[in-house]
Ligand binder design. Structure first.
Ligand code: SF4
Ligand code: SF4
Ligand code: SF4
Length: 303
């Protein structure tokens, strides 16, 4: 079978499977699941000591280019605001509440593994999926590089390997999926955290822990668990010493983001091709574009 033909079947299979899977996931999420038993992590920025060990553990677990653990003692990085990217799925930043400048705090950020992920909803070939256990997982085999997920994510998390000319992929926190679901371990960042700033469990357990900490220390905590409701809820949730406008987490309504994007999509598609057909066509165009260079290279090599 020629490469082109094989690619065509790959697109067709990925497209239809993904569309079906996407539909199934969307209806399961909104109609059946309450996400109480979804796995998640509570990030407690009140007890985070900004040690950056979570950054190192994440790099190490995901085989990202990294330095030795000791190099992460360097706190000079807090001088500038950093974002997760293709080479660092999580980063820790430092914040100051102007009302209490003497008490700066540090916050780890990564993919939130949303209950109703906008990235999943936006992906036209189902390369991103919400696993029933909670993590939002990425399948590079299906990805056509359209980067709609990057546009859709309200947390601006997915990063793209622009510098990888041969097989660029979308990169984000994996929730250490294999480590958690197959090896029965905690995520690497949680395992290494020395100060219980990261707690792993079900959303129900995490909300219990979060509200208990708020109740026990009302002077230390802002009375809100970020991610309990924002954007329809997220698997990763946060506690902070001050209101969340002083952090880098966006202030979102409780509405599911996919509902908003879907209503826009439906408006766009109303007078055009049926969405399924258009998605398939778009997928084919993007995939051909992305892999055209590879085929040309293969052709040169075999000529
Ligand atoms: S934070 Fe962004 S990338 Fe992560 S699940 Fe939510 S929408 Fe997707
Ligand atoms: S869960 Fe895994 S991939 Fe995600 S930030 Fe933690 S160590 Fe990194
Ligand atoms: S390892 Fe824990 S305490 Fe250290 S920076 Fe990360 S979240 Fe904070």
């Amino acid at each position: 079978m020629s490469l082109q033909r094989r690619d065509f079947f790959k697109i067709a299979a990925a497209g239809s499977a993904a569309l079906l899977a996407g539909k199934a996931t969307a209806s399961t999420d909104s109609e059946v699941q309450d996400f109480k038993s979804s796995l998640g992590v509570l990030v407690d920025t009140v007890v985070c000591i900004g040690c950056r060990k979570c950054e190192w553990a994440c790099n190490d677990e995901n085989k990202l280019p990294t330095q030795e653990l000791k190099a992460f003692d360097d706190k000079s990085v807090f001088a500038r605001h950093r974002r997760p990217d293709k080479a660092a799925y999580t980063v820790v930043n430092k914040f100051t509440d102007p009302n209490t400048p003497e008490k700066p705090f540090t916050m780890k950020v990564q993919c939130m593994h949303c209950n109703h992920p906008a990235c999943v909803s936006a992906c036209i070939v189902g390369a991103l999926e919400k696993d029933p256990l909670g993590p939002v997982v990425y399948d590079s085999w299906k990805c056509i590089g359209c980067r709609y997920c990057m546009v859709a994510c309200p947390f601006q998390i997915p990063a793209y390997e622009y510098s990888n000319a041969l097989d660029p992929q979308v990169r984000k926190c994996t929730f250490c999926f294999d480590r958690v679901t197959k090896d029965g371990k905690k995520p690497a960042c949680v395992s290494i955290c020395p100060n219980e700033a990261l707690t792993f469990g079900t959303r129900e357990q995490l909300l219990d822990v979060a509200y208990q900490r708020i109740r026990n220390n009302p002077d230390k905590y802002y009375q809100h668990v970020y991610g309990e409701l924002e954007a329809g809820g997220t698997s990763w949730m946060y506690l902070a010493p001050c209101d969340f406008s002083k952090t880098e987490l966006p202030l979102l309504s409780n509405d599911e983001i996919p509902k908003q994007t879907e209503s826009i999509q439906h408006g766009i598609f109303k007078s055009f091709l049926p969405p399924l057909a258009l998605y398939g066509l778009l997928g084919l165009i993007m995939y051909t574009k992305r892999h055209g260079a590879d085929e040309e290279e293969d052709g040169h090599e075999s000529a």
